[in-house]
Design a protein around this ligand. Structure first.
Ligand code: ARG
Length: 590
């Protein structure tokens, strides 16, 4: 039977009718949407109005209502649609067949929530990518969370995904750090003191860099030395580098995020080659001592590929990285997850690599998935008092602390085992941080508020996680043999009748429409909205439809409603699948 996007399938059916009804307009794009709750029907086809207009232009006058009628008449036999009706002026309301809905639900139980069919692609996704000299801060939290979730989505769809951490481990910030280090600890190589607070150390070197022209010159010179593989500088660089890398890894481990580190420094040798190639292709312009590359499109900033002191830049390494991803990684889809501030950098980059003939945009899809800034509750850029950006570790620690305040009530300690309690805490803490980010449209700024994200009602992780535990407690209570439910699901005449059963089932079936949309747009908030609708529909179902009936006096289970148990299991499956894509780990009890 298979599982698929209902909108996609309805479009196919309507397309057939279109070809039969109006063969000359067979390339007309069928418009199909999910009906708003106030409308009759589950889906709505909005094409009759547009078609009527087109027909009129070509000399045939038919009203939208007539077009709708004709379309309905020519709908081929199918197993999806139960009823069709026309609303003013020519909307076609579609109601799904109950039998079809039940079979889809059963299939989601029997086969699991299977991914839809896609053309398998090799995807390189560049995310997180903090700068080592500076500490990983809250801005990188967004890139890390959004990038990981998109990677999970693409992995679920069956793509071959390479997750790259393009860390900033090169360039001017390292020049500053090393120049400062050379002054402060000339013997660092033989006596490598741990620089406890690298961020403070970096700040001091940055201050010198900004104020002291002589120091600035030396910092730039160090970069050039590094790029020329000067062994002493390289060793110092590696030593400095060691601690922050370990700290990043701790954060990725806590959030269960897998990344392959391939920072800017990885491309140092290929940068040279690219510059030669660009020179040969006559694509570099010499401008005030720098070599720049000018994009084809007007109004885009040129890329600086070689600075006046001969040093390379962020632009140079990104050029080299992109070529590596195309040539060596053989990517046919490349995604960069960065803050909005870098959009123009990527526009220029994408334009320039096309100009240089490195990429064929007809064959390779390339996206800069950008996001807004994280705001504090005062709606200003999130900062702690001293004006520093907040460190990521502190946020994770705070989440763990706060998870016990409300979502996991104190008395839980008596009910849950210590392991269960620990699992619930990390699930809630990291889940709520991820969910708060992902449930906001990434394109906007978002307000970071622990109080809001830990609320147990509304579109929050806690509410979703809680509904999931309910599905699990029903399953425990019903205590039905897995085989019994399996056999039941294969049964041809399962009936769902209660409005809240039907509502929940139909809500579940929208999964593939949502997956399609979020894959096209590379956004995750529609998945969270979907999750919220499922959780709400499940909660209504839970309140009105008993899955298990207990004897009032003895509390013993006297009846299990199998069709409801089935719905409950599929709800759990779908919730788990969504959690999985969002990088959230549900628990059975909390
Ligand atoms: N290191 C950069 C930052 O912290 C992000 C790098 C994004 N990836 C890239 N290939 N430019 O903002």
């Amino acid at each position: 039977e298979g599982q698929f996007s209902i909108i996609g399938e309805l479009k196919n059916i309507f397309k057939k009718s279109l070809i039969k009804s109006y063969p000359k307009s067979n390339d007309f794009n069928i418009k199909m949407v999910i009906s708003s709750p106030s409308k009759s029907g589950d889906y709505q086809c909005d094409s009759a109005m547009g078609l009527s207009k087109i027909l009129k232009e070509s000399g045939t006058k038919v009203s939208p209502a007539e077009v709708a009628k004709t379309l309905i008449k020519n709908i081929p036999a199918n197993r999806i649609i139960e009823a069709l009706s026309i609303g003013d002026p020519g909307f076609i309301n579609i109601t799904l067949s109950q039998k079809f809905v039940v079979r889809q639900i059963a299939s989601m139980f029997l086969e699991g929530v299977r991914p839809p069919k896609v053309d398998k692609k090799r995807v390189v996704i560049d995310f997180s990518s903090p700068n080592i000299a500076k500490e990983m801060h809250v801005g990188h939290l967004r890139s890390t969370i959004i990038g990981d979730s998109l990677a999970r989505l693409l992995e679920y769809l069956g793509h071959d995904v390479v997750r790259l951490n393009h860390v900033g481990d090169w360039g001017t910030p390292f020049g500053m750090l090393l120049a400062h280090l050379n002054d402060k600890y000339p013997d660092y190589l033989n006596n490598p003191l741990p620089i406890g607070d690298l961020q403070a150390f970096y700040k001091k070197s940055k201050k010198r860099f900004d104020e002291d022209a002589e120091f600035k010159k030396r910092a730039y010179a160090v970069v050039v030395e590094l790029q020329a593989h000067n062994p002493d500088q390289t060793k110092r660089w590696q030593l400095i580098w060691y601690t922050p890398r370990k700290e990043f890894q701790k954060i990725y481990d806590r959030l269960d995020i897998k990344l392959t580190e391939r920072g800017e420094s990885f491309y140092q040798d290929s940068m040279k080659k690219i510059i030669e190639d660009l020179k040969q292709k006559n694509l570099l312009v010499y401008e005030e001592g720098r070599y720049v590359m000018v994009p084809q499109k007007e109004n885009l900033n040129p890329l600086t590929v070689v600075k006046s002191d001969g040093g390379y830049t962020y632009d140079t390494s990104d050029n080299a990285a992109l070529c590596h991803r195309l040539e060596v990684e053989k990517a046919d889809w490349i995604i960069y997850v960065t803050d909005r501030g870098q959009s123009s950098h990527f526009e220029s980059l994408f334009d320039c690599v096309e100009r240089a003939g490195y990429i064929d945009k007809n064959r390779v899809r390339i996206d800069n998935v950008s996001f807004g800034v994280v705001l504090g509750e005062n709606k200003k850029r999130l900062k702690i008092r001293s004006g520093d950006t907040i460190r990521l570790v502190d946020i994770l620690d705070e989440g763990i602390k706060k998870s016990m305040d409300k979502p996991i009530k104190k008395n839980r300690e008596r009910i849950l085992s210590p392991e269960e309690l620990e699992q619930a805490r990390t699930s809630v803490a990291y889940g709520c941080i991820k969910y708060a980010d992902l449930s906001n449209n990434r394109k906007g700024d978002y307000v970071f508020s622990f109080d809001k994200m830990l609320e147990d009602e509304g579109n929050t992780a806690v509410y979703m996680l809680y509904q999931y535990t309910r599905t699990q407690s029903i399953a425990r209570l019903a205590n039905v043999e897995p085989n019994q439910l399996l056999n039941y699901a294969k049964n041809e005449d399962i009936k769902i009748e209660h409005p809240n059963e039907i509502k929940l089932a139909k809500e579940i079936l929208k999964f593939y429409d949502v997956i399609q949309k979020i894959t096209e747009d590379l956004v995750l908030h529609p998945l969270c909205e979907y999750l919220y609708k499922i959780a709400t529909a499940f909660s209504e179902f839970y309140d009105s439809c008993y899955c298990v009936e207990k004897d009032r006096k003895t509390g013993e289970v006297i009846k299990v409603y199998m069709h409801r148990l089935l719905l409950c299991e599929v709800t759990a499956n779908i919730l788990a699948k969504c959690f999985d894509i969002l990088g959230i780990k549900p628990v059975n009890r909390m």
